[in-house]
Design a protein around this ligand. Structure first.
Ligand SMILES: [Mn+2]
Length: 242
């Protein structure tokens, strides 16, 4: 157990790679573990699926439930990273982005919209409130958002809430560098490469977007996503210790 005690339990880095994503993005998950080891963070890749399965959309919303749960458990910092994001060896510790009075750190794409594939969160009453509000939106279809905020899964709600929040700080695009990011200078090397060259390997890239009626009828049969996420969270809390 001595080896576990040496880990800084104050920072949780995690990724969610269900439905075989852990095999497709093995190199990415390995890079997360290596980064966590370098900086003394606890790392968990949530890769198992519950017996009843988990959809891509619910896997995406699950990150919100896990971030909130980890903050409530008392982790000082929570760093979520997408399974298709690779962390380079040169990447500095997350403390390098921290500043006073802001508790959520994300990059924006060239459109100016937040990308929720990399989210660094500092535990504070205000960040807990933010993720509670976000989770309450799990049942609100994205089409109820202004057109400019609509995005895949929970990302639209992240954009919509974050742009109005004073505790969200925009960090350097190096932290979440993808095809939609403004090009960096040649010498300005990125820290995290997200989704580049791997998009077509994703099973969900063939998934068709579902209509509002389909989404509502799913809610009628499965019950509110809010409660489904609570059941999923309990499964992941049992399977992984955090
Ligand atoms: Mn991604």
């Amino acid at each position: 157990m001595a080896q576990i005690e040496s880990i800084d339990k104050q920072t949780l880095l995690f990724s969610i790679a269900t439905n075989g994503y852990d095999r497709i993005f093995k190199d990415c998950l390995n890079s997360h573990q290596a980064y966590a080891n370098r900086h003394g963070y606890k790392y968990i890749a949530f890769t198992k699926s519950p017996p009843s399965g988990i959809s891509g959309t619910n896997s995406a919303w699950l990150k919100v439930a896990i971030i909130l749960s980890a903050l409530e458990k008392g982790y000082e910092h929570v760093f979520f990273i997408d399974g298709d994001a690779l962390i380079y060896d040169r990447t500095p510790p997350i403390s390098s982005v921290f500043c006073d009075d802001q508790f959520i750190y994300m990059s924006v794409e060239s459109s100016g919209r937040f990308n929720s594939g990399v989210m660094i969160v500092v535990n504070d009453r205000k960040s807990i409130k933010f993720f509670k509000q976000l989770l309450l939106r799990a049942d609100i279809p994205t089409m109820f958002l202004p057109a400019s905020d609509r995005c895949l899964y929970e990302n639209g709600h992240v954009i919509n809430l974050a742009k109005k929040s004073s505790i969200v700080k925009i960090i350097d695009p190096k932290w979440n560098y993808n095809y939609n990011t403004v090009l960096l200078n040649e010498h300005d090397k990125e820290y995290i490469s997200h989704g580049r060259g791997t998009w077509t390997q994703k099973p969900r890239s063939q998934e068709q977007p579902i209509s509002m009626w389909r989404s509502l009828s799913l809610r009628m049969t499965q019950g509110p996503r809010y409660f489904l996420l609570d059941r999923l969270l309990k499964f992941y809390e049992r399977e992984y210790e955090f």
